[in-house]
Design a binder for this molecule. Structure first.
Ligand code: ADP
Length: 173
């Protein structure tokens, strides 16, 4: 499993799975969530609503999957990142769970390629450097498991996140 860095809009990624930084209602919101629902069409929200009716939303750190609707990806995995609370609410462990649980679901779907946004670093206010360290470490740990995922993309919309990931990924192997 290799790791790649991309700058841009995750909704345009031609991969098996794109991950959404959702909220626990699963009913859509702003940021990357808004972009995915807007471009993916109503099939995504319909499946999210069905999951919500079945299990009452998605807890922080966990993930569910739906179709990707009109997007080029095959599936969307919706994971709920932690809201930053000055590091006092187990945020790092919860953020790591988002990446790990999303990769496990991707594996169960037979996905070979998975694209992640920078979960929690927008509206949820997680400091970008700290969030990137958790993201990179968790994905690297997953490389050592028995996975069939071949490529993970970190997709950074903003330049600041891109620079942070570029440093982290290229500093050590
Ligand atoms: P959260 O609520 O988890 O913080 P946001 O969607 O507000 O989620 O932000 C998470 C990250 O996703 C931010 O770094 C933001 O810049 C980025 N982002 C927003 N829209 C897109 C997009 N279309 N593609 C990729 N990343 C995006």
């Amino acid at each position: 499993m290799t790791i790649e860095l991309t700058k841009g809009d995750i909704t345009e990624m031609c991969v098996d799975v794109i991950v959404n930084a959702a909220n626990s209602s699963l009913l859509g919101g702003g940021g990357v969530d808004g972009a995915i629902h807007r471009k993916g069409g109503k099939a995504i929200l319909e499946e999210c609503t069905a999951i919500r009716n079945r299990q009452g939303g998605c807890p922080t750190g966990e993930a569910v999957y739906t179709t990707a609707g009109n997007l080029p990806a095959r599936y969307v995995i919706h994971t709920v990142g932690p809201v930053w609370n000055n590091g006092k609410s187990n945020e790092a462990a919860l953020l790591a769970s988002c990446y790990r649980n999303s990769l496990r679901i991707a594996d169960s779907l037979g996905a070979k390629t998975v694209a992640f946004p920078n979960i929690s670093t927008g509206i949820y206010g997680y400091p970008k450097q700290e969030a990137a360290q958790v993201a990179v470490q968790t994905v690297r740990d997953y490389q050592n498991t028995d996975t069939a995922v071949e490529k993970v993309f970190f997709v950074c919309l903003d330049e600041e996140n891109y620079r942070i990931y570029d440093q982290l990924l290229n500093r050590t192997k």
